[in-house]
Design a protein around this ligand. Structure first.
Ligand code: HEM
Length: 361
């Protein structure tokens, strides 16, 4: 159970949340250990080589660019790297979330609905790291194409795995309107625990992406921002016509094809924006399924992502991508990840080490 702070208000006992404050469930360490066991099992279970990531394994491209801090940032947002205008070398990876693949390593086609990710790595960043495993001189920002995450907490992941497997294997059957038709008794507790997440997931999956360079991405989970808390988002500059999926030579991998075409002709740009937490109850830290309303606190631009015109569909670049590790915990102390979902994500570095060790054998 999450501990909340109790205060007196009008002689009534009420639970009050505090800005930027984290609340820790008692069994969190055990949940994280179970997640590590599942991810290590999934990695050993891949029938092909090299072993990919278990989450977001399908990459659309690993790209080079630069991250340009804005010159006229409001004083309140001059925190950490945003205190001074500067340009950092940057790597960006675009991905699909689903880990399902056939035994030859073909992941599900891009035409199928999925969560899509952007992973951004700034190089040469100086400052105090948030975590002993944080990579030195790197600052990562990781976002997906939805402003809310579909699971409330790390524990929900443990119930989510048996339910998605049950749906995929036909043990759980669904009606066309998304309500369950049949759930076997042994999967019922897990299904009931995460039933709220399925409409959220279906909502993201129903979106059609033209190109990874033409989509919006949000951190979905909160981070520290100096003494307060924030979420961040990445919004594309769209000029001219968007990629037409019908023109793709290979619809299975059309998201990579769309980027190859775009970056052969021109650069790509995104705005990097920050949204401050201004209300601890309406904009909670511990529940990333709750949308932080932009009317309450708007996203403010603090930097530009410039992705160079480039040829990236090479074996050399694909190998670099496979070895690379992004993590929300590769960050400065000023942007320490907040909330239970993010605390569970401390495992990314270990998962990347595990995968790289298997691949060295
Ligand atoms: C309890 C919650 C979560 C767990 C346990 C989890 C777990 C993982 C793991 C194990 C990886 C692969 C790491 C590697 O092998 O290098 C990964 C990658 C990824 N996750 Fe999560 N994740 C969680 C929540 C989230 C959330 C909230 C987001 C939203 C931004 C997210 C976005 C991503 C992305 C984009 C990648 C790909 C990173 C890359 O490009 O290397 N995950 N996740």
């Amino acid at each position: 159970m999450i501990l909340a702070i109790t205060k007196e208000r009008n002689n009534q006992e009420v639970n009050m949340l505090e800005l930027g404050q984290e609340y820790f469930p008692e069994d969190e360490a055990q949940t994280i250990e179970e997640l590590v066991n599942i991810f290590e099992f999934l990695m050993r279970d891949y029938k092909f080589s090299p072993t990919p990531r278990t989450q977001h394994p399908k990459s659309h491209g690993y790209l080079q660019g630069e991250f340009i801090i804005e010159e006229n940032i409001p004083d309140q947002l001059k925190v950490g790297i945003f205190a001074n205008p500067k340009t950092y070398p940057m790597w960006v990876r675009f991905s699909n979330g689903s880990g399902f693949s056939d035994e030859n390593g073909n992941f599900q086609p891009d035409t199928r609905g999925d969560i899509r990710g952007i992973s951004i790595k700034l190089m040469g960043v100086e400052g105090t790291k948030a975590f002993e495993n944080s990579a030195v001189n790197e600052q990562d920002f990781i976002a997906v194409n939805t402003p809310v995450f579909f699971l409330r907490d790390a524990k929900a992941y443990l119930d989510f795995f048996p339910v998605v497997n049950g749906i995929r294997d036909g043990k759980i059957t669904m009606n066309a309107d998304g309500t369950p038709q049949h759930i076997p008794d042994e999967l019922k507790p897990s299904y009931d625990a995460i039933a709220y997440s399925l409409p959220l997931l279906n909502n993201v999956r129903s979106q059609v992406m033209t190109s990874p360079l033409e989509a919006n991405y949000w951190s979905a989970t909160p981070y520290k921002f100096g003494d307060i808390a924030m979420k961040y988002a990445v919004f594309p500059h769209i000029e001219g016509e968007q990629f037409n999926i019908e023109t793709a030579k290979d619809k299975t991998n059309y998201l990579r094809e769309a980027m190859i075409k775009h970056l052969a002709e021109k650069e790509a740009y995104f705005d990097f924006c920050i949204q401050l937490q201004t209300d601890a109850e309406k904009m909670p830290i511990e529940d990333p399924t709750v949308l932080w309303d932009e009317k309450e606190s708007p996203f403010i631009k603090v930097a530009t992502l410039r992705i160079f015109q480039q040829k990236f569909n090479t074996q050399e670049r694909i190998k670099m991508d496979e070895k690379q590790s992004f993590s929300p915990w590769n960050c400065l102390e000023e942007y320490r990840p907040l909330g239970g979902v993010n605390r569970a994500r401390k495992i990314y570095a270990d998962m990347a080490d595990f995968r790289n060790k298997i691949n060295q054998k």
